[in-house]
Design a protein around this ligand. Structure first.
Ligand code: NAP
Length: 545
């Protein structure tokens, strides 16, 4: 990595740009963006707050952290060479393996020289006089660029409940999204795990292997689908590589950017007996494939959804030996109202003598004590508390960074009632600011969404330069139209039921956050088509000059 000691000080009046583009974040999106812009002949600098690359895969190093998408499509597809070189070892690789992969990519394409790590951005301000972005970093230096691309990630700003007495806790506490790299020794400890989302579900069975006791505090149960992880041997890789392009084509044609087909039937097409047989078969295959290749109407038909919920409840009751615990684990809301986690023997963990479940749905945790946690009427002792309490998702990271557009408008003011974008790519009043990964993009396999989003950004910039123009900005009417489309699309799906169950994709997991539709729910494939249409039509929803 270069030290970039040539960045100017705040006092400078020079308006020449240091780089064509500044890219915020060195996670999946930032790395992909650097590759794209370099290929298009632009100079770019990636600025990253962490001490190394990886984004979410740098911070979330808790026990059990692994992908929930199949490895071969939770990856980049921009380089055949890379696709042929890297063999994931498992269907769902663990955090260290994903981190190694991202490091390989960065080293292979010699990217570190264009990255500035350990660098906290304080603000990014559009200078109307020179029509450039001025990025101020901690310590007073400023860097100027023509374009700015944010790769901030949907799930990067941690959320922890504001328990007032946390500092009085005599034990240790950790947040999964800021987990210590040296790890935590749970041996012989009484551990309290708060949170049963995808993170808590991955973590709990592993912590239980060494802890004296694990108490899981559950506010809302989740529909945990069986992951069915397995190693990927040479034969598996030969099969994947025999048609890797075809697999990616499937990804870009599928609603959630996953390499699945559809079931070609709805539940009502078959008898009750066949329905159960199909669900049993799907459950054995596991993963989200269960959702897409059993019945095509799980996401849109409440009766089918309830049929599948009944089936999954029967699986929970079959797996968890204590009937009272099983009942607490059974969700009472539709499947897909929240993003379902994948379980690696999660329900089985509750059959261990050293794991217990506390239902805090009606009797919330109110504070930390010196010796543990408490609800209004009970205390729970713990030596270690693990907060697996999720994120101020999608907009959280954007609103932390002070981004100031035309006329001194701050993005956090513009978005105070929720995000407004055109195509999830640009915001009116914020010229030349692109969102590589941001609101109003699909709720889907993230690396695939990033790939298409960044490709679109590259096309937009190339077009601008070819047309000898300097400014591209979202058209306000197009922004209104795209933003208004978000609730319409959501209403057609069961995801809309997430309003009542603290779903992060609606912001309803964060007290006081506006509950709005933060993602595009019209199908990732349709989103990709919309991006292509916009580019091919010459970017009509954007003002260029
Ligand atoms: P999450 O799904 O938002 O879950 C947070 C958990 O903390 C929920 O169970 C929540 O309960 C609980 N919680 C929050 N405040 C609480 C309080 N005051 N008292 C008790 N419980 C409280 O967060 P996450 O598990 O980190 O997952 C977020 C997303 O990250 C996932 O949906 C997924 O998209 C992604 N993720 C992906 C992977 C992967 O791909 N492998 C792994 C982990 C995470 P409520 O449900 O009642 O709010």
């Amino acid at each position: 990595m270069s030290d970039h000691s040539d960045v100017r000080t705040a006092a400078t009046s020079d308006t020449a740009v240091d780089f064509d583009a500044i890219i915020v974040g060195a996670g999946f999106a930032g790395i992909r963006t650097l590759y794209e812009l370099r290929e298009r002949g632009l100079t770019a600098l990636v600025i990253e707050a962490a001490s190394d690359i990886g984004g979410t895969w740098f911070w979330n190093r808790y026990p059990g952290a692994r992908t929930d998408s199949e490895a071969w499509v939770y990856a980049y597809c921009f380089s055949k060479d890379l696709m042929n070189e890297w063999n994931w070892s498992e269907r769902y690789p663990s955090q260290p393996e994903v981190e190694r992969y991202l490091r390989l990519v960065v080293d292979k394409f010699d990217m570190r020289k264009d990255m500035m790590l350990n660098t906290h951005i304080e603000s990014a301000v559009f200078d109307e006089g020179s029509e450039t972005w001025v990025v101020s970093i901690e310590g007073g230096a400023q860097i100027r660029s023509r374009f700015i691309v944010t790769g901030l990630g949907h799930l990067s700003k941690p959320y922890r409940p504001p328990f007032p007495s946390l500092e009085s806790f005599r034990g240790e506490w950790y947040q999964t999204s800021r987990y210590p790299s040296e790890g935590v020794d749970f041996t012989g400890k009484r551990v309290a795990v708060i949170g049963t989302g995808a993170t808590g579900v991955q973590l709990t069975p592993l912590v239980a292997e060494t802890a004296a006791h694990v108490t899981v505090f559950q506010r809302t149960p989740n529909w945990v689908l069986p992951a069915r992880n397995h190693p990927l041997d040479d034969a598996a890789w030969r099969e994947i590589r025999a048609d890797y392009d075809g697999i990616w084509q499937k990804v870009f044609s599928q609603n959630f950017a996953l390499p699945y087909g559809s079931a070609h039937r709805v539940a009502a097409d078959v008898s009750a007996q066949e329905q159960q047989a199909i669900l049993e078969h799907g459950y054995e295959i596991g993963h989200f494939q269960f959702l897409f290749e059993t019945f095509d109407d799980i996401l849109t038909d409440e009766t089918t959804n309830e049929l599948v919920c009944d089936f999954l409840r029967s699986k929970i009751r079959e797996t968890v030996k204590d009937p009272a615990t099983a009942e607490i684990l059974c969700p009472k809301y539709p499947l897909l109202a929240k993003r379902p986690p994948l379980g690696h023997f999660y329900y089985e963990a509750f059959n261990r003598d050293n794991v217990s479940l506390v239902d805090v749905s009606d009797n919330p945790l109110v504070d930390v004590t010196e010796g543990g946690l408490r609800t209004a009427d009970a205390e729970y002792e713990a030596d270690i508390i693990v907060f697996a309490t999720g994120f101020d998702a999608v907009t959280g990271a954007y609103l932390t960074l002070d981004i100031v557009g035309r006329d001194g408008v701050h993005l956090h003011d513009k978005w105070k009632d929720g995000p407004r974008t055109n195509l999830g790519e640009m915001v009116d009043g914020f010229p030349n600011l692109f969102l590589a990964s941001g609101p109003h993009q699909p709720f889907a396999n993230i690396p695939a969404v990033i790939d298409r989003s960044v490709r679109w950004i590259g096309r937009a910039i190339t077009q601008l330069l070819e047309d000898k123009q300097t400014i591209i900005e979202a058209d306000v009417d197009a922004v209104d139209k795209w933003t208004d489309l978000m609730p319409e699309l959501l209403a057609r799906t069961i995801f809309a039921k997430g309003m009542g169950v603290h779903a992060w994709h609606l912001g309803s997991n964060i007290p006081g956050k506006p509950v709005v539709v933060m993602a595009y729910h019209g199908g990732a494939n349709n989103y990709f088509a919309a991006l292509d249409d916009e580019a091919e039509a010459g970017f009509p929803g954007f003002i260029r000059r």
